[in-house]
Design a protein around this ligand. Structure first.
Ligand code: PEP
Ligand code: MG
Length: 361
């Protein structure tokens, strides 16, 4: 409806004239990126790279990487994944030209990648030459009782740095490819997940910077990039002053930050949170709207401590709350720089950011 779309454009222009918060999108497919850009997203705030690894054409290589018992085995699998990742990132950069793209390095709950069906083990056996029983034993060794608190996020990068090194290489190779094809250099922001301590981020930044230097030397060209971290654990929020010595940006992962602050599993909360809200224990569902008293205070602490160390640190939010109007109002109050929401919530976020700015004024 051209008339409606005219009204929509006018309304959004009003909102954009008023809001201070930038609005980005959580997107990892070209379709999501295109949709987000059409809806006015000003960059990608979260590209979850693990989602790319479920693709049928590469899941066997991913399983090969996870089940490998040594670095050589992991590198053999990563060599298969590198061109795939490079193509993933190039497609995103090409759509988001001129805008920042935050790419989060692998953050899988490991169990999601482990093979279960006989046929899946058979595929890995064929790819690696390792017999199925050995692969099954290895999968059993990797079993975790609580994968969401287990070997995920940067813990994977710390124990197997070659995984993050390969992903970083794919990012920089793709960025240079796109810069050479389009003439416009992409703006990659490499994001490290589930950081709790400065040392974790220090170690991972060394890996990313080394990959960048290697690619720049090979290609004879450099591009600007940032390295930052998710703040999604209470310890990271409290230690934000130290972490900001290494981070160019913080992105608040309010899904995990809510889970770990409240001690409530994000996957099981639905069983009782309705009653909790009815009883007034939480004012709203804390996985939808930021729990201002708890999670919100940690965000305020982290923002303040981060800025104390580094006044120009870029601050954003990329949990589901980034598309929730009440949470966006909170982000405006705290003075974050941007919110990142799912593509279809970008217009709502633009409107909510404008309303929040007006209310604050
Ligand atoms: C988060 O934890 O808020 C986040 C954005 O990361 P994920 O949902 O992928 O864990
Ligand atoms: Mg998270």
């Amino acid at each position: 409806n051209p008339e409606l779309s005219g009204d929509f454009t006018t309304l959004m222009a009003w909102a954009d004239g008023v809001r201070r918060l930038r609005v980005r999108a959580n997107a990892e497919t070209p379709l999501d990126c295109r949709t987000a850009r059409d809806f006015g997203a000003e960059g990608v705030g979260l590209c979850r790279t693990e989602h790319m690894f479920f693709d049928a054409a590469r899941i066997t290589a991913v399983r090969q990487m996870i089940l490998a018992t040594d670095e050589a085995g992991r590198r053999a699998a990563l060599a298969k994944l590198l061109p795939e990742q490079r193509a993933d990132f190039a497609a995103i950069f090409a759509i988001m030209t001129g805008l920042p793209v935050t790419i989060r390095l692998l953050d899988p709950p490991l169990h999601e990648f482990l093979p279960h069906a006989e046929a899946d083990f058979a595929d890995v056996a064929t790819a690696t030459g390792v017999d199925i029983d050995t692969l099954k034993r290895r999968a059993a060794e990797l079993h975790e009782f609580n994968p969401m608190l287990g070997h995920r996020g940067c813990r994977l990068g710390v124990t197997y740095p070659e995984i993050y090194e390969t992903q970083a290489r794919a990012i920089f190779e793709a960025a240079i490819d796109v810069a050479e094809q389009s003439g416009a250099a992409p703006i990659p922001e490499v994001m490290i997940p589930l950081v709790a301590t400065k040392r974790e981020l220090d170690l991972m930044k060394v890996v990313v910077d080394k990959a960048a230097r290697a690619v720049f030397a090979e290609r004879g060209r450099e591009i600007d990039y940032l390295v930052g971290t998710m703040i999604e654990l209470p310890r990271a929020a409290l230690r934000a002053g130290a972490i900001a010595e290494t981070a160019d940006f913080f992105s608040f992962g309010t899904n995990d930050l809510t889970q770990t602050t409240l001690g409530v599993s994000r996957d099981d909360a639905a069983r009782f949170l309705g009653t909790y809200v009815d009883q007034g224990i939480y004012e709203r569902d804390p996985f939808v709207s930021i729990d201002v008293e708890g999670v919100g205070e940690l965000i305020e602490i982290a923002a303040q401590r981060g800025r104390q160390t580094r006044p120009d640190i870029k601050l954003g939010i990329c949990g589901e709350h980034g598309g929730d109007p009440a949470s966006i109002a909170f982000c405006e109050q705290v003075g974050l720089d941007y919110v990142s929401a799912s593509p279809y919530r970008v217009p709502i976020a633009r409107l909510a950011a404008a309303q929040a700015a007006l209310r604050k004024a």
